[in-house]
Design a binder for this molecule. Structure first.
Ligand SMILES: Cc1cc2nc3c(=O)[nH]c(=O)nc-3n(C[C@H](O)[C@H](O)[C@H](O)COP(=O)(O)O)c2cc1C
Length: 254
C-alpha cells in the first residue's frame, strides 16, 4: 500500500513506478483526508510506503495531518518506508515522518529520496527543459535502485539530505507563514475551464463569475494550480510572471 501526495506529478510518478514493481495499491493522501479515511488494513508481508515531496525541508501539511490520524491494522508490524522527492534536499522530512509514525505505532524501516526538478516557481524559477531532462533521467535510475532495495527488504536510511538539513528548524516554520493564498490570481489567459477548482487538493479554489477565487487564507502551496496551466493563466503576485512552469512529463493530467 502506497500513500502518496503530489502537486505536480514527481511524487505521483515515483509512486506509480513502485506500484508497477510490486503491485501496491495507491492511495491519494489528499483524497483520503477529504473522505476522512484514516483506517487501513494491510495483509501479511504487505509493505507500507509514503511518497511525497519535501516542503521547506519538512513535511507537506497534508502528510503531517494524514499520518497524525492514521491507523494501520495488521497482524504483525508492517515494513514501512518513505520516498521523498525534492529539488535539492529533503532536510529533516524523513525524521519528521519517523516521529509521527512512531506515535501511530509504526516504524520507518527505510527512507529514500529522489532528486527531481523543482516545482516551486513561486519562490524561484523552475529548471530549463534540458536540465529537467537530465534530472529526470537520473531519477529513473534512482527509482529502479529503490525498487530493488525494497524488493530485498533492505532497512536503513538511504536518503540524501545534504548539510542544509541543519536549517530545517529555521526553514520549516517559514512554510506556515509562506503558504498564503492572497497573492494567487487568474489572468486574462484563464479560459474558465474550472480545472483548477477540480484539482486543488486543498479545496481552496472556487469559481466565481467564471474565474477562480482563492477562498481560504492558506493552502498547502503544492503549486499544482500555477504549474498545471501552460497558458500561465495563474500567477502569484509579480514573482511568477516571468518564470517557467513545471509538470512531470511522465504523468497524465486531465
Ligand atoms: C511549497 C514547496 C516547498 C518546497 N520545498 C523544498 C525543499 O525544502 N527542498 C527541496 O529540495 N525542494 C523543495 N521543493 C521542491 C519539491 O519538493 C520538488 O519539486 C518535488 O519533487 C515536487 O513534487 P510533486 O511534483 O510530487 O509535487 C518545494 C516545493 C514546494 C511547492
Amino acid at each position: 500500500m502506497i500513500f502518496y501526495f503530489s502537486g505536480t506529478g514527481n511524487s505521483l510518478h515515483v509512486a506509480q513506478k513502485l506500484s508497477e514493481n510490486d503491485g501496491s495499491q495507491l492511495i491519494d493522501i489528499a483524497e483520503a483526508i477529504h473522505e476522512k479515511s484514516f483506517e487501513y488494513t494491510v495483509k501479511d508481508d504487505e509493505k507500507i510506503g509514503f511518497v511525497f515531496p519535501a516542503y521547506f525541508y519538512g513535511l507537506p501539511t497534508f502528510v503531517a495531518e494524514f499520518v497524525d490520524q492514521l491507523t494501520i491494522k495488521s497482524d504483525s508490524k508492517p515494513f514501512t518506508y518513505s520516498v521523498i522527492t525534492c529539488g535539492g534536499s529533503i532536510g529533516n522530512a524523513d525524521k519528521m515522518l519517523k516521529k509521527l509514525l512512531e506515535k501511530r505505532n509504526l516504524e520507518l524501516d527505510s527512507s529514500f529520496s529522489v532528486l527531481m526538478p523543482s516545482n516551486y516557481t513561486i519562490m524561484y524559477d523552475v529548471p530549463t527543459k534540458e536540465e529537467q531532462k537530465l534530472v529526470l533521467q537520473d531519477a529513473e535510475k534512482e527509482i529502479e535502485k529503490i525498487s530493488k532495495l525494497l524488493d530485498a527488504g533492505e532497512k536503513g536510511n538511504f536518503a540524501f539530505h545534504g548539510y542544509l538539513f541543519l536549517f530545517t528548524p529555521i526553514l520549516y516554520p517559514i512554510y506556515g507563514i509562506y503558504r498564503k493564498t492572497k497573492k494567487f490570481y487568474a489572468t486574462e489567459d484563464c479560459n474558465n475551464c474550472g480545472l483548477c477548482e477540480e484539482m486543488c487538493p486543498s479545496e481552496v479554489i472556487q469559481i466565481e463569475n467564471g474565474k477562480p477565487v482563492w477562498i481560504e487564507e492558506k493552502c498547502s502551496h503544492c503549486s499544482g494550480c500555477i504549474n498545471r496551466y501552460p497558458t500561465t493563466a495563474i500567477q502569484y503576485g509579480k514573482s511568477t510572471i516571468k518564470r517557467g512552469r513545471y509538470l512531470n512529463p511522465n504523468v497524465k493530467f486531465s
